[in-house]
Write a protein that binds this ligand. Structure first.
Ligand code: CU
Length: 292
């Protein structure tokens, strides 16, 4: 059940991750507390995977603050190995704050979100590629002081999963060799292959749709594109100055995030993809369903 009353998709499908961000923040001091857990997730229909997660979710919860807000952050490690947290929205000394937190220990620090945009956060413990590939990332939105125009807002975090080929051992777990060989089994939006293709996201014809797209990687660039549409504006890597206007495809580098604004002109189904189509075929595809 995805909405409490109506089934969406087929009975055997899991409900998709809700792509809706939290509302604009009104506090000037935003408390964020994340617990790390070893978590079982489903990276594709019927494919369970041993992940490491923030708050039991992959990607972790979307955090939303307003430019100038202080973020008061606590990280509690209930996992079995050391982890850490690196906020791309912060400008602080990594050797002081992005440090390992041992199992059963915690860390607390503050930073001021001075620059608007959509930023990646991730565990920065070595080997970083393994901690990211196992699910330790998410998006942090910093709204500009004067609010953006009203829009239907969605958060999409692209990432890859690399599985040990032995399918007899369930759940699956990370293949370091496949990760180093840049050969993902699944490329996903919000942690599960093709979830918004089987469960399209409904929007209205001609309404402004704002997509906050973060690419967690750990390896593959995203060539973000909406089939049947042209982006009205793209704030590249969140930059407020000189957004791109009237563009078809904009790459989101690994570790980056951009804000895409689009209107869908006719009723119908509009796939959003990384136009690097091997990765779309591996699951980085979804559908915006425009209704009158
Ligand atoms: Cu970690």
């Amino acid at each position: 059940m995805s909405h409490g009353e109506a089934r969406v998709g087929t009975a055997v499908d899991s409900a998709p991750v809700d792509p809706t961000p939290p509302p604009r923040a009104s506090a000037h001091l935003v408390h964020v507390r994340f617990e790390i857990h070893d978590t079982l997730i489903e990276v594709s229909k019927g494919v369970p995977y041993h992940a490491w997660s923030f708050e039991g979710r992959v990607p972790g919860p979307t955090v939303r603050v307003t430019q100038g807000d202080s973020v008061d952050f606590t990280l509690v490690n209930h996992g079995t190995i050391p982890h850490s947290m690196d906020f791309h929205a912060a400008q602080i000394a990594p050797n002081k704050y992005y440090v390992n937190v041992m199992s059963k220990d915690s860390i607390h620090y503050q930073f001021v979100a001075e620059v608007p945009g959509v930023f990646m956060y991730h565990c920065g413990t070595a080997p970083v590629a393994a901690h990211i590939a196992n699910g330790m990332y998410g998006a942090l939105i910093v709204d500009p002081r004067s609010p953006r125009p009203p829009a239907r807002e969605l958060v999409l975090v692209q990432s890859e999963f690399y599985l040990i080929p032995d399918t007899t051992s369930q759940p699956r777990s990370l293949s370091w060799e496949r990760l180093l060989g840049l050969a993902p089994d699944f490329v996903t939006f919000n942690g599960r292959a093709s979830q918004y293709a089987t469960h399209p996201i409904t929007v209205k014809v001609n309404e402004l749709v704002r997509l906050y797209v973060v690419n967690a990687g750990p390896n593959r660039f995203s060539s973000f594109h909406v089939v049947g549409g042209i982006f009205e504006r793209v704030f590249v890597d969140g930059s407020q100055t000189s957004p791109l206007a009237g563009v078809q495809t904009v790459s989101v580098p690994v570790g980056g995030g951009s804000i895409f604004e689009i209107r869908l002109k006719q009723p119908g189904e509009y796939p959003f993809v990384t136009h690097a189509f091997a990765d779309a075929t591996k699951g980085a595809v979804g559908v915006l369903k425009a209704e009158p």
